[in-house]
Design a protein around this ligand. Sequence first.
Ligand SMILES: C[S@@+](CC[C@H](N)C(=O)[O-])C[C@H]1O[C@@H](n2cnc3c(N)ncnc32)[C@H](O)[C@@H]1O
Length: 480
Amino acid sequence: MKAPFTWSDEAHETVSRMCVSRWGIRFRPGDTHRLRDVSECAYLASGDADLGVFFERMRALPDDDPEMQAFVSQLVIGETSFFRYRPQFEALRSTILPALIAERRHQRRHVLRIWSAGCSSGEEPYSAAMLVSDLIPDWRDWDIRIFGTDINPYALRRARLAQFGDWSFRGVDDETIANYFRPVGARTRFLAHPCRELVKFFLHNLATDPVPDREHGLSDLDVILCRNVTIYFDESLTQTLADGFRSALAPGGWLLVGHAEPDPAVFARFEPVEFKETLVYRVPGGPASSELPARPAPTLSTPIAKHATPIPVDRSAKAPEPKLPTLVEARAAYDAHDHVGAAELLAAIASRPGADPTATHLLAQLSADEKRYDEALYWAFRTLLIDRFHAPTLMLMALVYLERGDPSHARELLQHAIFNNPRAPEAHLYLSMAHRALGNPDQAERSKDRAVRIARAHADEWASTDLLPVERPRIGLAKD
Ligand SMILES: C[S@@+](CC[C@H](N)C(=O)[O-])C[C@H]1O[C@@H](n2cnc3c(N)ncnc32)[C@H](O)[C@@H]1O
């Protein structure tokens, strides 16, 4: 049986050290609860019998292991939005990009490279893509690459989908939204403008992967945006990274960091250039700042997309703000096999603070139905962050591990589910499957008998409409 989770100074030390060495992320004393919560859920979701074994195993897992990826993606804060920190986008639009574009046109070398390092769900590199397509009418004839990288594979998956909820658009003017986005469903907008294809997303860890990274195109860059990422790093890593960025930039290239970023001394090898309300760093060389052709200074209310080729948008779809979706609607969509619609509604519900764990659970179920098991584990993990003892989630995770050929991990999760809810017959049924896979036919039979007994005894306690998908075997068991 699993030993209970206990958080100690030693446990804190172990997890903190792992976060620093793998991702460079330092947790401040105020973040301890986050570290503890995520560790507890990762432990509960694991097949390990005690914390010592769990920490030992986690330490040895590679970064690309699904369990490790689910862990880090719960730890990091992915807060972002389009054109976030507007003065920097104004500097890009009014001066930095026009100068680069003019220089390249002059050289007849129509090439542009931009890297958004720590891009979360993609709003930052897509903002750059919108700007570029706005400033270069013939952008399709150029060789333009915009890279978006992060350590969170789930954020990158969302980025590739290019669908965004209202929160991503705070502070974005209606004209930009209308010119670049199309509504999909009730609350989401899709970046429909073809500039979307300029952006390529991939995993890259700023603490351990090379910078520059020539193999992946992260060299000879014109602009690097690395904002609100190094705030978690220590000074020595930030310094190494600043030096790496300098080498990754072409002469005259630009580095844009967030306004809460560290001591400017770290960027001493760059030339600081002041713009309205922001400071930007530049690699010496290339066209001198004084020669940079300035556009008429835009005001903060100037739409970014002033010159964009408008895409046809059904304006009638811009109806008054739709009401918030409910779980009943989401479940109805799920039951009607409208998985895309259900996922959209569930994601909107799950993004609200204090969300019902059923929303994240159903997202896990949806992912598992489509055999996206890593993603199923991610959503399951998020469910456990809301409710440690969510039995349907523990069962769903067990099924995922059974499917993946790891019955002992499944058995551990099911025993935990049964400990929390001994009257869940399906947990005993799945446990019997795990025992069978482990070569214990007698235990398998006993668990199955128990499942049938419980299901019969409580058959009148549930109405089938209230069941979560993973609980449906109850009905079959009761009839058995
Ligand atoms: C607060 S978000 C910033 C997003 C965007 N740059 C912005 O300012 O709007 C920080 C992002 O940095 C990422 N991150 C943290 N440590 C990282 C590392 N070692 N390598 C790459 N990305 C990292 C996180 O996953 C998260 O998505």
